[in-house]
Write a protein that binds this ligand. Structure first.
Ligand code: BJ8
Length: 381
């Protein structure tokens, strides 16, 4: 019989519920692999007969405890991810059989060394630039090495056939998510971006046997049929920069409550990343490596394709202004923010605002004032 965390009784109802849902899945023999990044090739996890679960910390919970091991100046996403694992508050980490991770930013890759004391962590060596000589070759080898890790950990065999099935399945999931995001291309968007992203993010936490693709497709259909009476004239915003899950309520929800529409994200969660499919007719390991190496993250150098994508998304989603979120301690996105600002303000002549923040609520008043002023600026433009 599986054990529950020592502090289980102190959890709120929602947390207890997710624990118990996963507990039941584990009791039925489901294997779970935790992930922290869009570079994780989830196809190999599915081909190993396991399910992947996104483990990034999304709130202040666990940060104080994490700071006993990690520097206070580290990005809140890293501290929250580690803290939730350390304090056994995250059901998904608690029930994960292992972790598949990558060498992305310095803080994350060093944190994994400590996390390895809590659970088996395999760190894939991500090339630092996709144009480097042998980048694709070495990343393909890393995908194979990660597959071996899973085979040993879970005592399974990853065959080419299983890999192919996993590629086809994950391509279908991605296509469904892109279609879902594209609802916001309608002007006015029939549904709030906050709601769209809530459905898209739920795909990261799918442990049951019902069909995830049909679930997303149903939501897309329902959203398209909605009639929104207050939609006209609301400025349309693209959010870029660091992952925004930990600041969704403070920034995105508030932005929409104040009168703008969040129509698109140029980040890991948005259509920019989901649109890359895997070639279903090539050698699977190389095809997987090729797809993941296309991701435009600021940990890559150079990362010029990110800016090409921002420009394309601004056009496709008829964007009126760009907000860049930079989490405290995230140097790679903070440096790239200078280029984003120049492109948006000077080349495209659109309003741009950068918000430096963390997962606390201490700056929510200040952020609200700045969001209000930004909406006025977009409306006047
Ligand atoms: S592919 S964005 S998920 S690395 S915000 S922890 S970069 S200091 S999350 Fe990311 Fe993968 Fe890139 Fe996406 Fe470091 Fe920056 Fe923190 Fe970050």
């Amino acid at each position: 019989m599986l054990s529950l965390p020592k502090n289980f009784e102190s959890f709120n109802e929602a947390r207890r519920k997710s624990f118990m849902a996963l507990y039941n899945a584990k009791e039925q023999g489901k294997k779970i692999i935790g992930t922290f990044c869009s570079y994780t090739p989830v196809e190999i996890i599915y081909a190993a007969g396991a399910v992947s679960v996104g483990l990034c910390g999304k709130s202040e919970q666990g940060i104080t405890e994490a700071e006993a091991h990690l520097p206070k100046t580290l990005c809140p996403l890293i501290k929250a991810s580690y803290g939730m694992a350390l304090t056994e508050q995250c059901p998904f980490f608690y029930f994960s059989d292992g972790i598949l991770a990558e060498t992305t930013c310095d803080g994350k890759k060093k944190m994994y060394e400590l996390m390895n004391f809590l659970k088996p962590v395999h760190v894939m060596n991500l090339p630092q630039g996709r144009d480097q000589a042998l980048a694709l070759d070495s990343w393909t080898e890393e995908v194979k090495r990660a597959a071996k890790f899973l085979e040993n950990l879970l005592n399974v065999k990853i065959t080419e056939e299983k890999l192919h099935d996993a590629i086809v399945y994950r391509n279908r999931v991605r296509k469904a998510i892109v279609d879902l995001y594209e609802v916001a291309k309608l002007k006015p968007s029939p549904v709030s971006g906050y709601e769209i992203s809530t459905v898209a993010e739920s795909a990261d936490f799918h442990f049951t046997d019902d069909d995830l693709v049909s679930k997303i497709e149903r939501a897309t259909k329902e959203f398209k049929q909605r009639i929104r009476s207050d939609g006209a004239g609301r400025p349309r915003v693209l959010i870029t920069g660091c992952p925004n899950a930990g600041v969704r309520d403070k920034i995105i929800k508030r932005l929409e409550e104040l009168g703008a529409d969040y129509v698109c994200a140029d980040n890991c969660a948005g259509p920019r990343t989901q649109k890359f499919m895997i070639d279903e007719n090539s050698e699977p390991y190389r095809a997987i490596a090729e797809r993941y190496l296309k991701i435009n993250c600021s940990v890559m150098t150079p990362n010029t394709t990110r800016f090409d994508d921002i420009k394309a998304l601004i056009q496709e989603y008829q964007v009126d202004g760009v907000i860049e979120i930079v989490l405290h301690g995230c140097h790679t996105f903070a440096v790239e923010a200078y280029t984003t600002m120049n492109i948006v303000q000077n080349e495209l002549a659109l309003p741009y605002m950068r918000l430096d923040t963390d997962f606390s609520q201490s700056d929510s008043g200040q952020i609200e004032t700045r969001l209000g002023a930004f909406i006025e600026m977009m409306t006047a433009a």
